[in-house]
Design a protein around this ligand. Structure first.
Ligand code: AVJ
Ligand code: FE
Length: 365
């Protein structure tokens, strides 16, 4: 990674942010579109604040631009649904802030030594982290736009059927990529029993058969927690379920509970995280849309690999370890290819479905 590669990556992420926000009015940027999401202008300034914090302050030794931003743009300090009421920057000053931070970063970058033994700088890790953070927030903002009825997705279509058998045996779970997150490390060998995994994602037509067959009233295919969610939410179809949607496009905006119930209904199950990654690494040629179509729910809770060490901060991954969060794999149609890698681990609460989430079924071999 040379400094100019880092500049290219930073600029690509910024282009995606600008392309997404450019057509929006100040009203759309500042309003609380949903309690589930931040106002878009919060995400924007938070992107700048994260960049300021890690690149200008931690690496560059600069003083804070404005000390109150540390609390205003701390994702743990206020729930998403409360952020519109905070004294956050309005669109014009937010744009100016992120632009000024970036300008200072571009001045700083050529003077950085990327192999001085500091793990934060090794291979440009911290710049990669800032780039990925921005790209992840652009997807969060795209979810907000989906809730506002403003997100369109390109028509990805399933074109294969059947399953692939993944033979038993060891494979390497995790990543040695210098830009991988702490939760992808350390890479380690895992031995799995034989399993089968569907070559295609579950489509709208597949899922419509489940809805039409009364799947949402069929207690037997839901977990206890899933059934409780379904009743409380009065869910009877996916979020934004659109009967005019392409029947052979992957279903999206399903919760973990819905994904699990669907898989049970067809006599299958969700893949575990290691199964998903082994399929992606060893049989990808036989599988369609492993990356970049819809996030795929796995049956696994989010946790650290053996020997996990939080780096460079515990609030990225470790704060979310435990039974509460389920892991999604593969990236969505919106996810930048830098993030949608076979080892990347996303996670969310099992009832969330404003995310671009679908599923692929698996079963024992
Ligand atoms: C990995 C998508 C769950 O949005 O909470 C953004 C990514 N971390 N800023 C999230 C993240 C810090 C994270 N997810
Ligand atoms: Fe963030």
């Amino acid at each position: 990674m040379s400094p100019s590669d880092l500049v290219v990556a930073l600029e690509r992420a910024r282009r995606r942010t600008e392309d997404l926000l450019e057509p929006l009015t100040d009203e759309q940027l500042t309003q609380q579109i949903s309690r589930l999401q931040s106002p878009l202008v919060w995400d924007l300034a938070h992107i700048g604040h994260f960049e300021e914090l890690w690149l200008l302050r931690r690496v560059g030794g600069r003083k804070a631009v404005s000390p109150e931003y540390d609390e205003l743009y701390d994702a743990f300090a206020h729930a998403r649904g409360d952020r519109a009421r905070l004294p956050i920057l309005s669109p014009q000053p937010a744009r100016a802030y992120v632009r000024d931070v970036r300008e200072a970063v571009l001045e700083l970058l050529p003077n950085l030594s990327l192999d001085n033994g500091d793990p934060l700088l090794n291979e440009g890790f911290v710049v990669g982290m800032v780039v990925q953070h921005e790209l992840q927030h652009t997807e969060t903002m795209a979810q907000t736009l989906a809730l506002a009825g403003l997100a369109r997705r390109p028509p990805v279509r399933a074109s294969v059927t059947g399953e692939v058998t993944v033979p038993s045996g060891p494979f390497t779970l995790g990543s040695t990529d210098p830009w991988a997150y702490d939760n992808e490390r350390p890479a380690h060998d895992v031995d799995l029993a034989e399993f089968r995994i569907d070559r295609a994602l579950v489509t709208n037509a597949d899922y419509a058969a489940f809805v039409d067959a009364g799947g949402y009233r069929n207690r037997d295919v839901w977990s206890a927690e899933g059934w409780g969610w379904r009743k409380a939410e009065q869910a009877d179809e996916p979020l934004f379920w659109d009967l005019t949607a392409l029947p052979d496009a992957p279903v999206q905006h399903v919760s973990f509970h819905e994904a699990e119930a669907y898989a049970h209904w067809v006599g299958k199950r969700l893949p575990t995280e290691p199964e998903w990654e082994k399929a992606a690494k060893t049989t990808a040629a036989d599988l369609e849309h492993m990356l970049g179509a819809v996030w795929q729910w796995t049956s696994s809770s989010f946790g650290g690999y053996p020997g996990f060490r939080a780096f460079p901060y515990a609030e990225y991954s470790e704060a979310f370890f435990g039974d509460e969060y389920k892991v999604l794999r593969g990236g969505s149609w919106f996810t930048d290819p830098l993030v949608a890698r076979p080892t990347f681990r996303n996670w969310d609460l099992p009832h969330r479905r404003q995310i671009f989430s679908g599923l692929r079924c698996a079963r024992d071999g």
